[in-house]
Design a protein around this ligand. Sequence first.
Ligand SMILES: Nc1nc2c(ncn2[C@@H]2O[C@H](COP(=O)(O)OP(=O)(O)OP(=O)(O)O)[C@@H](O)[C@H]2O)c(=O)[nH]1
Length: 310
Amino acid sequence: MNKTELQQNKSLPSKQERHKLFGSVEPGPRTKPIDKNKMADLQNSKKDFLFDIDMVGISNVKHPISIPSTMTPEIQTTIGTFSFGSSIAKGSKGTNMSRFTEQLDKYHREGFAIDLTTLKTFTEELAGRLKESDAEVEVSFPWFFERKGPYSDLSGMNHAHATIRVEYDEKTGHDITCTLTGTITTLCPCSKEISEYSAHNQRGNVTMSVKLTDDFDEQKTDWKAALLEAAESNASARIHPVLKRPDEKMVTEQAYENPRFVEDIVRLVAADLYEYDFVEAFEVTCRNEESIHLHDAVASLSYDKKQELK
Ligand SMILES: Nc1nc2c(ncn2[C@@H]2O[C@H](COP(=O)(O)OP(=O)(O)OP(=O)(O)O)[C@@H](O)[C@H]2O)c(=O)[nH]1
């Protein structure tokens, strides 16, 4: 049926009348100023408001971002989920929340690339814009990377979940924590040991949170690729988007030859993070989505290399 054949039998009231029909009313008298300078500014009231606030800001801010990567694709646009905040002293009623998104938009217009150098500048500048001595910014995003079948070399796209957190304080400078959750295959050592055939295996989620050393050089090291390698190289097998039968045979046999408990994974990944010279402290968690249970198996450990110096 085309447009001219469609009959409009109903005679509808105008859109304005329809809105009235559904409850819209005429605006009431306007008594409050519309000029910004004459408006009340509650946020900036100064009194003793009893307690300092550790962090106030906005969260769950979705925004398009571009991220650099040493793996293919080297530049990718994705959606970042941000949170921004700062402390406020008890003498201030509130923060100026519009300034967070105002600054985000300014950086976006200048081609906001989500690298650590830019995020450090962003956080310091945010503290200045808020007229506070500290600020924090966190951004999470799916990071995509190409993965080839081990035999066929056929490629497809995998992704891991990345988070960068930058904390700035004018007295102590910047603190950066980078987190990556990568997915792996784990094959149960116990099941392999006790069974006449086979062994159950599952998807494991490895979350690595690392505090970077002050001299970390992102031109030399892609932290995302390094953390992914720590998780995948210690797994029973890697996860692949495209597998032909010869590939499938290879990853199945590889998993059988490399059985891992969640405890094995966190310890082996910890050993790699311990050897990375750009990592000052770390936390590793492995959560296996068990294929023989409805529940997950979990293990985690944390380590601070500075402890060794004490
Ligand atoms: N402090 C505070 N602000 C809120 C809250 N809920 C909403 N707002 C925000 O208040 C903002 C407007 O306040 P400001 O950012 O101080 O606006 P302004 O005073 O015109 O901005 P400046 O000229 O930069 O000081 C809006 O962006 C709202 O999102 C809240 O719980 N606390």
